[in-house]
Write a protein of this length. Structure first.
Length: 212
């Protein structure tokens, strides 16, 4: 089964159903201001990770996982997901970077008008270069320097677009573990093509928003 945009949006619909989100919620994230995008995307990612852990263990552990920290400390959702071989270290590092931005944004009222562009600029190298390489490894197990440079450039210029594709990737990965049928579909799709297509689609959306 090859990749189609119909299949992509069907998966987004399944993610929304899994999380009991209203139809169009995930698409709407890209239309949020930067503060709302980070806070809401991070919350959706954490909830999806929780659902994944419950699906792979027991419904009886639902409340336990809900109360557990996403990351940090010896016992966290990400550490358990890693131990269960549900997500790899690249995804974990990217989520932790996402959490770092989220924590920076949420802990001060002055950040309600926060800009991701300014955050990335102030964060500077080498951190966002390192994260760019981690994101490249989500697209390809052995990314070449050209792909890493491309993502680094787009991350610098359009961080919201890059984090948008990362959010979709993480949610999709969790869905594949929650629903075995989705994993079978994923194994027959060309992930590199899917990721790059969505990536540039989001970049163009962001450029269009700036022009308007």
């Amino acid at each position: 089964m090859g990749f189609t945009f119909a299949a992509l949006f069907a998966d987004i619909g399944k993610i929304e159903q899994t999380l009991n989100l209203p139809k169009g919620f995930i698409e709407g994230l890209m239309k949020d201001d930067d503060w709302s995008f980070i806070i809401r995307s991070h919350a959706v990612i954490e909830t999806m990770i929780t659902q994944m852990l419950v699906a792979k263990t027991s419904e009886k552990l639902s409340k336990t996982f809900e109360r557990m920290q996403l990351s940090g400390g010896p016992v966290s959702k990400l550490n358990i997901a890693k131990d269960l071989e549900l997500i790899d270290t690249n995804i974990i590092e990217v989520i932790r970077y996402f959490s770092k931005i989220r924590n920076s944004f949420v802990h001060s009222a002055k950040n309600l008008q926060a800009s991701l562009l300014e955050y990335i600029k102030e964060d500077g190298d080498p951190e966002y270069s390192t994260i760019s390489a981690k994101i490249a490894r989500l697209i390809s197990e052995s990314p070449d320097n050209e792909l890493i440079a491309l993502i680094r450039e787009q991350f610098r210029d359009s961080p919201k677009a890059v984090l948008g594709i990362v959010t979709l990737y993480i949610l999709g990965t969790a869905l594949f573990h929650i629903d075995p049928k989705e994993r079978k579909v994923a194994e027959n799709q060309t992930f590199v093509g899917v990721a790059i297509l969505i990536f540039f689609l989001l970049v163009e959306i962001m450029k269009s928003d700036k022009e308007n």
